[in-house]
Design a protein around this ligand. Structure first.
Ligand code: NAP
Ligand code: MG
Length: 484
């Protein structure tokens, strides 16, 4: 596959080598420290969305498989993990972090092949952040008495964890690291389209001799997820995914004793004032929405620009969009990779078209896209109303909806006017303005003069339909402990 690099930049292709990676033809379920055939007897394929070629097969976990995984996690909790001195648990988590760091390149290449994201992102963002999460929570494992002074923190038992496809390994790390640090054991289900780095992680867990059953990784579609949620012997559910599925899960959990956290969708607003450093803001906005093809829950998918600088900002955004390189995710020049699945591409096309039908004006980058695979050109849509679907609904693709504003009250009203409340950004030269605006924005994560910066020490989570509970930082320990 070639990139559009020659046409724009003159760079020659620089694809990352796939020689050093190993993808097995088939991955059974990882339960009790071993890869075992699913009792369902069924497998499904995972493909590379940039080529539509099959990469491997993974198992479908049915009820008997889920029961086996939960039982294995329960036994490991009772007999091994909850009894182990915290310092020893900490050593295992450090070991995961170190070995993951050593094998980072292999994980990055597989992440890009299975999910479609540019290698620059999987190599520089996903994998290093996953490593950082394991290091960070390894540090907490034997210091919980400092996180909760004067109280004793006990693990809850078995955590059922269900994750999406946009940051596959990173989401696994967000879930597994705090659970283990607090003394819980885990049954984790990766998303259907991106199971491979989770299965590689399972191999790594075997290599570092993590006691059998402490982490069990089972694959399957939504149906397997439901069986985890409904399992009576699970103490805590951690879910990251869409708001629709989050609501279904919340209903199933109502009235049970299970603790839960839900990290759901978003529709983040950037607010850019006339006193902002415009070039810096343009770069941040480009990064905020086109990074990872817009497959980011906290993507800056709405832009509110102060009217007096709107023409300048929009013109600079368009110029920058035209230089973005779309194509082979394994090419180090690539800015924008493949859309994760055919289904996701269909959804992006449908909502974008609705914006056009409602009178929106579309601008798309000049680039051409490869013939096979799933692609969507970076898109800016202006002349849209606040009630438009492209402003209200999560598109989860590289589509930026732009509106203008005149007053602070107006822009706060508009920024808060969606069902979501996950993240947002403010661009201005004035520190006082940053505090004034961000205090009134109803979003769990707010950035000023930057965007999409993540750190394991910082809590992450949303308001309203973006979910409940926090992951990351000390806050990320709470959902995994019982305090006495
Ligand atoms: P999704 O369709 O909700 O799926 C998420 C996970 O849940 C997948 O593993 C999925 O399995 C499973 N699942 C599907 N139906 C289920 C059910 N009824 N019960 C239990 N599990 C079920 O979401 P997605 O399309 O993978 O991910 C994109 C969404 O995730 C976006 O809305 C994005 O904003 C959100 N997200 C939020 C955060 C955050 O921190 N707030 C972070 C990342 C992503 P299958 O894949 O096999 O269907
Ligand atoms: Mg795949």
């Amino acid at each position: 596959m070639t990139n559009q690099t020659d046409f724009i930049t003159g760079y020659s292709p620089a694809p990352e080598s796939t020689n050093l990676i190993e993808i097995k033809e088939r991955y059974p379920l990882f339960i009790k420290g071993k890869f075992s055939e699913p009792q369902s007897g069924k497998y499904f394929s995972t493909i590379n969305p940039a080529t539509e070629k099959k990469l491997s097969e993974v198992a479908v976990a049915n009820q008997a498989d889920v029961d086996f995984a939960v039982k294995s996690a329960r036994n490991a909790y009772k007999n091994v993990w909850s009894k182990m001195p915290p310092k020893e648990r900490s050593k295992y988590i450090y070991r995961i972090a170190r070995v993951l760091q050593e094998r980072g390149r292999e994980f990055a290449v597989i992440e890009s092949m299975d999910g479609g994201k540019p290698i620059r992102e999987s190599r520089d963002i996903d994998i290093p952040l996953a490593v950082a999460h394991f290091f960070y929570y390894a540090g907490w494992a034997d210091k919980l008495e400092y996180a909760f002074p004067g109280r004793k923190a006990n693990g809850l038992g078995v955590a059922g964890q269900i994750i999406p496809w946009n940051f596959p390994l990173l989401m696994a790390a967000w879930k597994i690291a705090p659970a283990l640090a607090c003394g819980n054991t885990v049954v984790l289900k990766p998303a259907e389209t991106t199971p491979l780095t989770a299965m590689k992680l399972a191999e790594l867990l075997q290599d570092i001799d993590l006691p059998p059953g402490v982490v069990n990784i089972i694959t399957g579609a939504g149906d397997t997820g439901i069986k985890i949620v409904d399992h009576p012997d699970i103490n805590k559910i951690a879910f990251t995914g869409s708001t629709d599925v989050g609501k279904i899960i919340q209903k199933s959990l109502a009235g049970t004793q299970k603790k839960y956290t839900l990290e759901l969708g978003g529709k983040a607003a950037h607010i850019i004032f006339d006193d902002a450093a415009i070039n810096q803001a343009v770069e941040g906005i480009i990064n905020g929405i086109f990074f990872n093809q817009g497959h980011v829950c906290c993507a800056g998918s709405r832009l509110y620009v102060q009217e007096c600088v709107a023409e300048e900002v929009i013109s600079k955004l368009k110029d920058r969009m035209d230089t973005l390189i779309i194509g082979d995710p394994l090419d180090k020049n690539t800015d924008i990779g493949a859309i994760n699945s055919k289904m996701q591409l269909k959804k992006i096309i449908e909502i974008t078209q609705s914006g056009k039908d409602e009178g929106g004006v579309l601008f798309q980058s000049k680039c051409t896209t490869p013939k096979s695979g799933y692609w969507f050109k970076p898109t800016l849509i202006s002349n849209v109303a606040q009630s438009s679907r492209v402003v209200q609904e999560e598109i989860f693709g590289p589509v930026l909806a732009v509106q203008t504003f005149r007053t602070v009250d107006e822009v706060i009203e508009k920024a808060n006017n969606t069902p979501y409340g996950l993240s947002g950004g403010v661009w201005t030269d004035k520190g006082a303005k940053i505090f004034k605006i961000t205090k009134q924005m109803r979003a769990g994560i707010l950035w000023a003069n930057t965007f999409n910066k993540f750190d394991p020490t910082s809590p992450f989570g949303g308001f309203k339909e973006s979910g409940m509970g926090r992951e990351g930082g000390i806050h990320g320990l709470y959902p995994y402990v019982e305090l006495s």
